[in-house]
Design a protein around this ligand. Structure first.
Ligand SMILES: [Zn+2]
Length: 446
């Protein structure tokens, strides 16, 4: 009797579900699912030099409302808003988790793309082509899709409060975005204990994870010397002095590159220095004056310091070998962000048992059958450095396996199956991190 009754109820429910799904299909031709939501988000052009930040924020607020997350916008710089979403935990007194991503993207050259870069077209094999599909609009929405599933499919309630931030200007250095936000009173009030930020695609089936960024420096060296006829040999000419420095820098660069080539270190683990411009010569209507040695010459270099490098020893090298005053040289170092944290420690997050968050993160990946590659230093730079500067542990992670690394490249794409798998990965990570109570008494700074 009871069984029959249940069968009847089930049948009614099935019929109801069938009828509603049929009617919703006929009334709403446009489907609403994780892939179509991802496409819609990718179709919002947030490329520099004029990223529109209000449109993606309004899209994300609609998503947040449909999931039942609280939201607020903060504007530390006019017209550069950031969005903060929150999912309150059952124990709001312990440190929270922050999932960060950026709203902006680098520009795209449509003529060099196989599909228009803001069309989010899907190829027959499921590749979604769009600027931002890897960097980093995938994680922006995967965070939300994972929370949607945890809330409505798994009926999960977090212990720790979870925050999601969408910041502007990451692609142009983050000084008006993440740097101001992470340095704000509003951020301090969130009592954040651990942060996940963007990573990079992996060409293998192992997920990549990043525990540090390299700090970028711009280095300009300038030489002065007496001008002279092109036919004369004399000492201390500006060009001669500059070329001696370029030679010394090239030697250093080669020695570092040899270590990489020998497989003793990854590209991102050594100090890199690459020439980006040389400015010298006296212009003439047809090019340059050829019989005159100029009195000034300069060269510019992109320098990247891994967290293990000693910035003071590099400064010393610049002052003594690369731009010595004894050779009439001067130099300028343009520091783009912090090198050490507020305690003077290298900007890196521990990836061993000393960091309890690391163990939780790692287990969450293996729990769903995922493989984690050896933790790496990111060759480039992200907003995570501003978090690590505060002494808060942060990992860079974008769950994209078997995917070519196409950030900032033409034809950036992400496969639909990889995107959907990433949502599952975040479900595991978010539920593990937000249930973790081990580091509850105080912030773990590692
Ligand atoms: Zn990015």
């Amino acid at each position: 009797m009871t069984t029959n009754h249940h069968h009847h109820q089930l049948l009614t429910l099935l019929l109801f579900l069938l009828s509603t799904s049929t009617s919703s299909q006929s009334h709403q031709p446009k489907q609403d699912n994780p892939i179509t939501r991802f496409q819609q988000f990718l179709q919002i052009n947030t490329a520099h030099p004029n990223p529109n930040y209000y449109n993606p924020i309004s899209f994300l607020i609609t998503q947040a409302k449909s999931i039942g997350l609280t939201y607020r916008t903060l504007e530390f710089t006019p017209n550069k808003p950031l969005l903060l979403l929150s999912w309150p935990g059952s124990n709001p007194s312990i440190p929270s988790i922050l999932l960060n991503s950026h709203l902006d993207s680098v520009p795209a050259e449509p003529s060099k793309w196989s599909h228009p870069p803001f069309s989010a077209s899907i190829s027959a094999d499921g590749c979604i082509f769009a600027r931002g599909s890897q960097d980093d609009k995938s994680i922006s929405l995967q965070y939300l899709e994972a929370i949607r599933n945890l809330k409505f499919v798994s009926n999960f309630t977090p212990t720790r409060t979870l925050h999601i931030s969408y910041v502007p200007d990451e692609e142009i250095g983050g000084l008006d975005g993440a740097a101001k936000f992470f340095g704000s009173r509003e951020f301090e009030d969130l009592n954040v204990g651990f942060v996940l930020d963007e990573g990079q695609a992996s060409v293998s089936d192992e997920f990549r994870v990043f525990y540090a960024d390299r700090s970028p420096w711009g280095l300009i060296i300038r030489a002065k010397g007496g001008p002279g006829h092109g036919s004369r040999m004399f000492d201390n000419g500006a060009m001669e002095n500059l070329m001696k420095s370029v030679e010394a820098i090239s030697g250093f660069r080669e020695s570092r590159f040899d270590v990489v080539k020998a497989g003793q270190a990854a590209n991102s683990e050594v100090v890199s220095i690459n020439p980006v411009y040389i400015k010298a010569g006296i212009p003439s209507p047809t090019g340059f004056v050829m019989n005159m040695q100029p009195s000034e010459a300069e060269a510019g270099f992109d320098v990247r310091l891994p967290p293990t490098a000693d910035p003071e020893s590099i400064r010393k090298r610049i002052a003594e070998e690369w731009a010595p005053a004894t050779r009439n040289m001067t130099y300028e170092i343009i520091e783009k962000g912090p090198i050490k944290d507020h305690m003077g420690r290298p900007l890196m997050t521990a990836t061993n048992d000393s960091n309890p968050w690391w163990s939780v993160f790692k287990q969450a990946i293996t729990a769903i059958g995922g493989k984690l590659a050896k933790p790496e230093i990111l060759p480039s730079t992200t907003d995570a450095r501003f978090i690590r500067q505060l002494g808060i542990p942060a990992l860079g992670f974008s769950p994209m396996t078997n995917t070519p690394i196409l950030l900032h490249d033409h034809n950036e794409f992400l496969k639909d199956t990889v995107y959907l798998k990433g949502i599952e990965v975040y479900e595991s990570i978010i539920s593990s991190l937000s249930s973790f109570e081990g580091a509850s008494d105080k912030k773990v700074t590692v």
